[in-house]
Ligand binder design. Structure first.
Ligand SMILES: *[C@@H]1O[C@H](CO)[C@@H](O)[C@H](O)[C@H]1NC(C)=O
Ligand SMILES: *[C@@H]1O[C@H](CO)[C@@H](O)[C@H](O)[C@H]1NC(C)=O
Ligand SMILES: *[C@@H]1O[C@H](CO)[C@@H](O)[C@H](O)[C@H]1NC(C)=O
Ligand SMILES: *[C@@H]1O[C@H](CO)[C@@H](O)[C@H](O)[C@H]1NC(C)=O
Ligand SMILES: *[C@@H]1O[C@H](CO)[C@@H](O)[C@H](O)[C@H]1NC(C)=O
Ligand SMILES: *[C@@H]1O[C@H](CO)[C@@H](O)[C@H](O)[C@H]1NC(C)=O
Length: 937
């Protein structure tokens, strides 16, 4: 037996070298040297080979490392200069590793292919190396929230493709460099859209040369620095600007009059400077939402009439700006107005609030002025604050407007009628009432179009937008929570974010790095109606689900997975209340054998004894015999819940035996459901249940043996079966027929709930067989055509409407099937390298071009260039109709079957043909290794 295992492992190795490239040796050495400097490496690192064995956070193209994405991994250490050996590196993201310290190595300038350098919120110190200016392809540079010191290197001006430049929240000092005859400068960055330099110690005049009409800047964020002198009029030439923050500096002098020319600006912050001269006339900024002018030393002036022409104005902050005279009543008629703060001025006369005021209004704060009377409606639902005005100085004044301003109310995502907190310590209750370890951090908005005065709309909108984002990117997130909105000294709106894991109580390493990247790369964009530019600061995550308790060597597991081609199914679980049976077991053994379900306690396992047709009861002794005492050599696949063995009946018939792992405390319901369903279901394209065993504390299901493993394994090349276009169509048709049978002919109808390529098996004639009903749901006699359930399924295949509404219909299977159809032509997992196959196809698709312009994404092993196939366009149309967002627009499985038959006939294929050949002819001889089952037979 020892030698057979060795042979078996040898096959694995041979196959691995064929299926995944080994890392080029220079890259491998460099990566190991980086890792040598780091503590808290993700599990699996340093074992095997980075590219071949898929180290967390590493992506390769061929044998070269092209991306290192490790946000929030708790890495401790420094960044070694050996990084420069990775000459094909395009992306480096180490954000939110607060204990990555020390300087950025000079040699970083050798990474000529680098496009994204993202180091948000780490502990880097020292100067930003000038070599950073020799990265010709750099697009995205985020060095914010570190401890960088020194000047901004002028060489950054040499980055012609730079789109995003974030240096905020460091200790940078000195002036902003601009070019002169001999040195480069930031004025050369004509493609850059973002200058985020806030919260540094930058000083000097803002150079006139910095801005020109050639620039494409949309955000100029220079707040909380030490800039002085006058603002250059060239700023008014940058017509693309949307957000300008110059507040909390020492700018002086008059504002340039042409600021008025910046017609796209939504948010303008000039408060807390030493600006003088007349108030600027900003009539031209017709889309202005937010205007901060507080604490400057402008000339005394009446309430500016041009303010009344800013029809989008939402927030006006003009504290201490020497305003005098009355506030015109018509000002409050601006229909978007929410917050008006005019504290500490000399406004006088009567405050009049007429009948046609903004219905958005939340607060008018006029404390410490000279208002002598208030003439407003009897009742109103906004705050008026007039403390410190003569109108409130009479003794005994108790009007509500004479009270101090209210404390801002604190928003927190509401919990949905959860029971009193049932969570273990360290866990947090999600808004959907589950205890889990969320990924947490702080969202910092550098500008908003509202102020927190108790209005929860912006937060609810943000929550929905985050949930929708995670769901549409198929990230393993159940829901998010927001809490404790607050303003910091820089007028940033801070919000606590919690992201709750889907289906488990904590995230694994790769999920956390994907989530961190969503924010560090700014892939998530908050709803612009309320929120401007932001940064996210991820907290340290201490609950990685893959860091503890996994005694298996992961790279060995991968190898076994590769070779065996985890063909059949796993899953299969234990009953709750299992120990009760343990006690009674001995006494009851005799009865148990004649009726294995005599001990199926209906009270504990929610339901009655299954109704079985055609499935027989096996004893544990029998199964032991068929599998040579469940020996490893008969193990053909394993998963989280147990193992699958191959067995041989005395008749010679092969069977697949799915045996639950001891101690798995969930899944009693799934076990029973599967027996019930499978024993009722008989169709060529659905895996048959031959029997079950419920004996000696075991739960075992016995299936027909499906020889060629799963579709997923064939597509990935693991099983060595070559699927050309006609064969793919045949597999799609077979699985569609299987599902159509479940939906339309089974009685009652069955929704599969976990349609995916690893649940579609191929027999020796490549007939598709739909498998794994562990999550299936009976439609029963539900009249509404849907059942409401807790969302289950596999990320990447999940119907978004089911995910959002929890209402399950057959159309949820249709969605998943559409994803499988796309997987069939691309041979990509639904989510690969953070890309979702549905979006990728839609992104590339151009119906005017041949093959819809999808060549780039099509599986090259099909041989698309030859004319050997046909009907791809119709096939893509069909797949995309299955993944329509709205389920009403998706076809039924019956319609899918008809359309595939159609496509096959048009392509000259007979949809009802039985393949005459046996499995050996399907094997791809070029792979050098035969199908794993055959090796062991
Ligand atoms: C250009 O600017 C640099 C500093 O940014 C300065 O050292 C150099 O003398 C200047 N050259 C000219 C020609 O003005
Ligand atoms: C304002 O912009 C227009 C073009 O959009 C330009 O013609 C005009 O000269 C600008 N005015 C100022 C004062 O810069
Ligand atoms: C403000 O500027 C606009 C034109 O840009 C002009 O029509 C208006 O009269 C000015 N208002 C004041 C109060 O100066
Ligand atoms: C204006 O200055 C005062 C006193 O320095 C400060 O308390 C207040 O927060 C400032 N207002 C704004 C809007 O920054
Ligand atoms: C309001 O103040 C202005 C200037 O400070 C003054 O001319 C005017 O008479 C005052 N109006 C009232 C009603 O006090
Ligand atoms: C990173 O962000 C850019 C710009 O927002 C976006 O185009 C790109 O798709 C993002 N990358 C990923 C892998 O999400």
């Amino acid at each position: 037996m020892g030698s057979s295992i060795r042979l078996f492992l040898l096959c694995c190795l041979v196959q691995i070298y064929i299926t995944a490239a080994t890392t080029e040796s220079g890259d491998a050495t460099a990566l190991r040297s980086l890792a040598d400097e780091w503590k808290n490496l993700p599990p699996g690192w340093l074992r095997g080979d980075p590219c071949r064995d898929g180290w967390v956070g590493i992506e390769c193209t061929g044998s070269r490392i092209t991306s290192i994405t490790l946000p929030n991994m708790n890495l401790v250490g420094e960044l070694s200069g050996d990084i420069s050996i990775l000459s094909e590196l395009q992306q480096l993201d180490l954000s939110y590793n607060h204990d990555l310290t020390g300087p950025l190595p000079m040699s970083i300038g050798n990474l000529k292919k680098l496009t994204n350098l993202i180091l948000v919120s780490c502990g880097f110190t020292g100067p930003i190396p000038y070599t950073i200016g020799s990265l010709p392809l750099l697009k995205f540079l985020s060095l914010n929230s570190n401890g960088f010191t020194g000047n901004i290197p002028p060489s950054i001006g040499n980055l012609p493709s730079l789109y995003w430049l974030d240096l905020a929240d460091n200790l940078l000092e000195g002036p902003i460099p601009v070019s002169n005859g001999s040195t480069p400068g930031l004025d050369m960055l004509t493609h850059t859209k973002h200058f985020h330099f806030g919260k540094n110690k930058l000083s000097g005049q803002i150079p006139s040369k910095l801005f020109s009409s050639n620039m494409s800047l949309i955000h100029v964020l220079f707040e909380s620095n030490r800039f002085s002198g006058t603002l250059p009029p060239t700023l008014g030439l940058v017509q693309t600007l949307e957000v300008i923050r110059l507040d909390n500096n020492s700018l002086s002098g008059e504002l340039p009059s042409n600021l008025n020319n910046l017609t796209s600006v939504h948010e303008l912050f000039l408060s807390n400077n030493r600006l003088t001269g007349p108030l600027p006339n900003l009539t031209g900024m017709s889309t202005l939402n937010t205007l901060y002018l507080s604490n400057n030393t402008f000339d005394s002036s009446d309430f500016p009439s041009w303010l009344q022409s800013l029809s989008s104005l939402t927030v006006l902050m003009m504290e201490n700006t020497k305003l005098q005279g009355p506030v015109p009543a018509t000002f409050f008629n601006l229909q978007n107005l929410q917050t008006v703060v005019l504290k500490r001025n000399q406004l006088n006369g009567t405050l009049v609030i007429g009948p046609s005021i903004s219905n958005q209004l939340q607060i008018i704060d006029l404390q410490t002025n000279a208002i002598s009377d208030f003439n407003g409606p009897e009742t109103y639902n906004y705050e008026v604050v007039l403390v410190g005005n003569p109108v409130c100085e009479e003794t005994g004044k108790t009007d509500t407007y004479c009270k101090p301003p209210p404390l801002t109310s604190l928003y927190s995502t509401p919990l949905k009628n959860c029971p009193p907190n049932p969570c273990r310590s360290g866990q947090i209750l999600s808004p959907t009432c589950r205890c889990a370890h969320p990924y947490t951090g702080t969202l910092q908005f550098r500008s908003t179009t509202f102020l927190d005065t108790g209005n929860s709309n912006p937060y609810e909108t943000l929550e929905q937008s985050l949930n929708k984002f995670f769901q549409s990117h198929q990230l393993p997130v159940e829901t998010v929570s927001l809490s404790d909105p607050r303003m910091d000294a820089s007028q940033y709106l801070l919000l606590n974010l919690g992201v709750f894991p889907y289906g488990q109580d904590s995230f694994n390493r790769s999920a956390i790095s994907m989530l961190g990247y969503v924010f560090s790369n700014q892939t998530f964009k908050p709803p612009p109606k309320y929120f401007g530019p932001y940064v996210f600061k991820g907290d340290k995550y201490e609950y990685f689900s893959d860091d503890h308790g996994n005694s298996k060597n992961p790279s060995l597991a991968i190898k076994i997975g590769l070779a065996v081609g985890a063909s059949v199914l796993f899953l299969l679980l234990m009953l709750a209340g299992f120990f009760v049976y343990l006690q009674k077991k001995k006494a009851d053994r005799a009865t148990k054998r004649s009726n294995p379900f005599a001990h199926w306690d209906s009270k504990k396992s929610s339901g009655s004894i299954p109704q079985l047709k055609g499935a027989r009861c096996f004893s544990f002794e029998e199964l032991k015999k068929y599998t040579n005492n469940f020996s490893e050599a008969y193990d053909i696949g394993s998963g989280g819940y147990g193992k699958v063995y191959r067995g041989t009946l005395p008749t010679g018939e092969l069977i697949a035996i799915k045996r639950a792992q001891q101690g798995s405390m969930q899944g009693g319901l799934e076990f029973k459901t599967e027996i019930e369903l499978l024993s009722r279901v008989h169709h060529k394209n659905v895996v048959s249940l031959l029997g079950f065993c419920f004996d000696r504390d075991e739960q075992i299901l016995i299936y027909e043996y499906v020889a060629n493993g799963s579709l997923a394994d064939s597509l990935s090349g693991k099983s060595g079966i070559k699927l050309d276009w006609p064969r793919r169509l045949k597999v799609v048709l077979g699985s569609a027929r299987g599902l159509a049978y479940l939906h339309e002919l089974a009685n009652p109808p069955i929704i599969h709930r976990d349609v995916k390529s690893s649940n579609i098996l191929l027999d020796e004639r490549l007939n598709a067989k739909v498998a794994d009903f562990g999550l299936s749901k009976l439609m029963g006699d539900s009249e509404k055509g849907h059942v409401t359930t807790q969302v289950k399924g596999t990320m990447g295949y999940l119907d978004p409407e089911y995910y959002m509404t929890q209402q399950l219909t057959e159309k949820s299977d249709v969605y998943s099937f559409g994803v499988v159809m796309l997987e069939m032509i691309t041979a990509k997992k639904p989510i690969e390298h953070g890309k979702y196959v549905v979006r990728e196809v839609m992104r590339l698709m151009d119906k005017t071009k041949s093959l819809y312009n999808l060549q780039e994404i099509l599986d090259p092993t099909i041989g698309w260039d030859s004319n050997a196939f046909n009907g791809l366009e119709k096939y893509v149309d069909l797949a995309l109709s299955c993944v329509e967002e709205s389920r009403a627009e998706r076809p039924t499985m019956g319609e899918v079957v008809k359309e595939i038959e159609n496509i096959m006939q048009t392509a000259g294929l007979n949809p009802n043909a039985e393949s005459a050949s046996s499995s050996s002819t399907y094997e791809d001889s070029s792979k050098g290794s035969a199908h794993p089952y055959r090796d062991k037979a």
